[in-house]
Write a protein that binds this ligand. Sequence first.
Ligand code: PMP
Length: 428
Amino acid sequence: MKTDETMVNAFVPGRAKLSPEAEAMVARRTRLLGPAYRLFYETPVHFTRAEGCYLFDAEGKAYLDCYNNVASLGHAHPHVLAATAAQAATYASHTRYLNDVVLDCAEKLLSHFPPELSQAMFTCTGSEANDLALRIAFAATGGSGIVVTENAYHGVTYLAAGLSPSLGAGVDLGAHVRTVPAPRDTASFAADVAAAFADLSRHGIRPAALIVDTIFSSDGVIPGAFLAPAVKAAHAAGALFIADEVQPGFGRTGAQWWGFQAHGITPDIVTMGKPMGNGYPVAGLVARPEVLLPFGTKARYFNTFGGNATACATAIAVMEVIETEGLLAHATRIGAELAAGLRALALTHEALGELRQAGLFLGQDVVENGQPSAQKAARLVNLLREARVLISATGPKGHVLKIRPPLVLTSAQADQFLTATETALKAL
Ligand code: PMP
């Protein structure tokens, strides 16, 4: 079975016995929201409140959040909430009027990028940011050919879904899209990218962009420092390089603000979203001015809610918290604690295979007789859910535990996760 972010660990109606209340709520969702939504876990959870690293169910029971990278500063962060409320109460309109907040936000955002990336544009979602980035790349290159990884996810717009193979065979890839295997080593990835662009050209499709999630989240979490030759190959083919930082951005990988920095490269366009508003919908991109120019000359850009003053005040507050709370150093330290704990557990539990980790993004392979086991991974995810610890599973084979807690996770909470994981492994 092909997997995507929700499929791996999706609730299957009828498989587990639910309480009458849960049964009624699932039926109400299906009636009101239709057939396309998926719920997490064998037994779905019903949350009514969240604060810091905990979510609380309808009975007030606390669940440790080791999954959500949207509330990256912790749920309901007071500094961010205060900034959102203050701006909403003052001035909340769009980018067609002069206003300082969008400029202050752009300035602060750009201060965290290499100087070549000196212009910012705002959207509401990561999908919109990727969609816009691709339109910019089409205008800049005159091409439309796109290369992505085999199990990539880049979003929900028609264009972004068409380059998201992880959505499965039910969602067609564009005719202008080629996939390459997830990176195994530096040289083969670059060679695969070069071959994919050559194939596009051979079919009369001019190259436009290589786009990758720089932590390769849906490909199974692959941190490293291997992208430079692949970016060179994209440029040699006349394509741009777009770094999708929706997952790794804003300090997730610990050492740096952005995933691409570990690779020693400067992208042509960087897209971002998810943690940018700690729950408020704000997203966007930064780019080299010469890359934006052809698009901006031909097309006008207005996004009703993208870049509105409330969104921008919220994003400024998020960046302030990352800076003042020292969250990059904190994520590095707690990420190392989690990794050390998982490696220690792997010594006595053969279900734990390779661990890949950067800051507070961890991908833990689950294996049976040394082979990937999606079934065991799903079992572990559900055992942890019963222990009120939230993670998920990812990767093309669905066997990679995706552990991605808020950046503010404490040492005690890391211990809580490791203790629950040990108990789940014993019960496996
Ligand atoms: N790119 C990546 C790498 C993502 O993980 C996601 C969301 N899971 C998106 C883009 C799309 O972001 P959004 O859901 O905000 O549209």
